[in-house]
Design a protein around this ligand. Structure first.
Ligand code: ZN
Length: 248
């Protein structure tokens, strides 16, 4: 974390509906959690601005993360098969926030030409050197300049809640996802029945890192703005929103 001395703060309009009216909910580590009066999105606002992306990943890919690799791969394989059941075409798959590249590896194993991008470099190095993945790279999605309609499937697992410029991000996803392509998003579910009523005690609340807390409605609204229509919202026993959208 930065020292608190010279942090810049920015106040944003609701990224889902554009409203400028918010109800205060609680504070955590000095950051105000609020709810949009119009659409109900929960977010941090105003929020601290960092000149770099906060490292939210485990740096030590050689140890802890890798020990769980097989379990992760098995889980990602189930997730990828759910995407295929929705009629996703074989072709190119992009995993945004790919970390050590496990989703990319799984998609490749299922016959996709699989790509990955991550703002953080440690996982990318592992993905390239140990998993032998070629189409993985470090950086911001918006800087990759993938061709329009390039991907048949895009997955974003535990990433969208971190993204500072949400509309720019989703607009870019919409641009590079082919018409009829499938988007698979997972993010904490603020509307889930197991989310603690006292939101301040929810373990998904992470100041400076988890900037937004969607429910089914607010995530669908955001996607709709960018031509992405929700086709399925899956059941999950944990407070995680499983949303599949198609590019219309
Ligand atoms: Zn709103």
């Amino acid at each position: 974390m930065e020292s608190s001395n010279n942090i810049q703060w920015e106040k944003i309009d609701c990224p889902v509906c554009g409203s400028t009216h918010f109800d205060p909910l609680f504070e955590k580590k000095g950051e105000p959690f609020v709810r949009c009066q119009n659409c109900g999105l929960m977010l941090i606002n105003p929020r601290p601005v960092y000149d770099h992306v906060i490292n939210t990943y485990d740096d030590d890919y050689s140890d802890f993360y890798i020990k769980k690799a097989n379990k992760k791969m098995a889980r990602f394989k189930r997730w990828a098969k759910s995407v295929q059941k929705l009629g996703a075409r074989k072709g190119r798959w992009l995993d945004i926030g790919c970390s050590a590249g496990f989703v990319v590896k799984v998609a490749q194993g299922l016959g996709y030409d699989a790509y990955g991008v991550d703002v953080e470099s440690h996982g990318i190095e592992f993905a390239q050197s140990t998993l032998g993945l070629k189409n993985v790279s470090q950086g911001m999605l918006e800087d990759k300049n993938y061709p329009a309609g390039f991907f048949d499937v895009i997955s974003i697992y535990d990433v969208i809640e971190h993204v500072p410029d949400l509309n720019k991000f989703v607009a870019e996803i919409s641009r590079i996802l082919v018409k009829g392509g499938i988007l698979d998003i997972r993010t904490p579910d603020e509307g889930h029945w197991r989310t603690p009523k006292d939101r301040a005690t929810w373990n998904a609340i992470i100041p400076s890192e988890h900037l937004y807390y969607f429910n089914r409605k607010t995530l669908a609204m955001l996607l709709n703005k960018h031509g992405l229509k929700v086709v399925k919202q899956g059941f999950n026993f944990k407070p995680t929103l499983k949303t599949y959208a198609a590019h219309m």
